[in-house]
Design a protein. Structure first.
Length: 195
């Protein structure tokens, strides 16, 4: 059997990865860009009631939001697939994060420099749970380019936490972020086992 055509070997490895971050950071876009299957999304139109509690500063053209999760799959190499679970970005949906992160190898925190403070909650969440994560700074057209050093300092990240620039719309850019996360999580796991 091969990985092609949706078949799997018993020895194939599937890892769970969480894609988190603030409202409008590009989580659904990232999952959709890298997924080799039609992604499952739970997008709903923004309502007047929701706009009263959701801060739309910097994302005023956004018309939909994830209300449960996004799901996709990417095969990194034969025998190794990642199952991607995108979280909702608003605080009012945070209760879903516990279930979505259960059993995850690691997480990507997607950061939007227009609203960098929105990813603080995700950074804190993963740091407090000891779940390895990488920060992917999503580049939005027309926005000021910031360095990974500036982002790492602004987020007060622990040493060794990867910070990468990415374009959530671009498959190869998203794939590179996922590869870096898997490498980081593997090193963190090995360090824990040897400690």
């Amino acid at each position: 059997m091969s990985v092609q055509h949706g078949t799997r070997n018993d020895s194939d490895l599937a890892l769970k990865i969480v894609i988190a971050g603030g409202f409008g950071a590009g989580k659904t876009t990232l999952v959709g860009a890298v997924s080799e299957i039609e992604p499952l999304t739970t997008e709903a139109r923004l309502s007047d009631a929701g706009s009263a509690v959701d801060d739309l500063f910097g994302v005023d053209r956004k018309t939909t939001t994830t209300v449960a999760m996004d799901f996709g799959r990417i095969t990194l190499r034969e025998g190794l697939s990642l199952y991607l679970f995108g979280t909702p970005g608003q605080d009012r949906f945070r209760f879903l994060w516990e279930e979505l992160t259960l059993g995850a190898l690691g997480a990507v925190v997607l950061a939007d420099t227009r609203r960098l403070a929105d990813c603080f909650a995700a950074v804190d969440w993963f740091e407090h749970r000891g779940l390895p994560f990488a920060v992917a700074v999503n580049r939005f057209p027309g926005e000021r380019i910031v360095s990974v050093e500036e982002v790492a300092q602004a987020l007060d990240l622990q040493d060794g936490t990867p910070v990468l620039l990415c374009d959530a719309r671009d498959r190869e850019s998203g794939r590179a972020v996922l590869l870096r996360l898997v490498e980081h999580a593997a090193r963190a796991r090995t360090a824990r086992l040897l400690a």
